[in-house]
Ligand binder design. Structure first.
Ligand code: SF4
Length: 58
């Protein structure tokens, strides 16, 4: 079970649709995340993404 009451003060996040998002504090609740890219040569922040994202169940 996911406990997203924890707020990792090192990972700010606005992705409210992620099940790891702490909506009270706008932080990630995981200890660590993986950031990746889906482009061969990323050039700016829009080329990166959080690979640890998981959708909230509805
Ligand atoms: S796993 Fe990624 S997208 Fe989800 S709350 Fe944490 S930083 Fe945000």
């Amino acid at each position: 079970m996911t406990d997203n009451r924890f707020a990792n003060q090192s990972i700010q996040c606005n992705v409210t649709s992620c099940k790891y998002h702490n909506k009270e504090k706008n932080y990630c609740s995981l200890d660590v995340i993986k950031v990746d890219t889906n482009e061969p040569h990323p050039t700016d922040y829009t080329s990166t993404c959080c690979d640890s994202f998981a959708p909230k169940s509805v």
